[in-house]
Design a protein around this ligand. Structure first.
Ligand SMILES: [Zn+2]
Length: 94
């Protein structure tokens, strides 16, 4: 995989827990927050078929040149999180 590659599929990643390669399978979102994270496209949820680990893996790999993109993305994520929380609070109050 080249350093400049942007979109990646974590299915071929190592499991963070048992280090098995190629055992991660996409997992369905189980909470509204996970659904939002998936929709935005930042990360997907995976489950390890080897040890049962479940967690989120980033959809992107970043080269050193794309620091600006990361900062922008983090700002966007933060803004989205604040807005979503705000909306959820309004809905919950009704
Ligand atoms: Zn594992």
């Amino acid at each position: 995989m080249s350093e400049m590659s942007f979109k990646k599929d974590a299915s071929f990643d190592k499991c963070p827990k048992c280090k098995a390669v190629g055992k991660l399978r996409r997992s369905r979102a189980q909470t509204p927050w996970e659904r939002i994270v998936k929709k935005i496209g930042i990360s997907n949820y995976y489950r390890c078929r080897e040890c049962g680990w479940r967690g989120k893996r980033l959809n992107f790999t970043f080269g050193k040149s794309s620091l600006k993109v990361i900062v922008l993305y983090l700002a966007l994520m933060l803004a989205t999180a604040v807005i979503v929380r705000f909306i959820v609070q309004i809905i919950a109050l009704k």
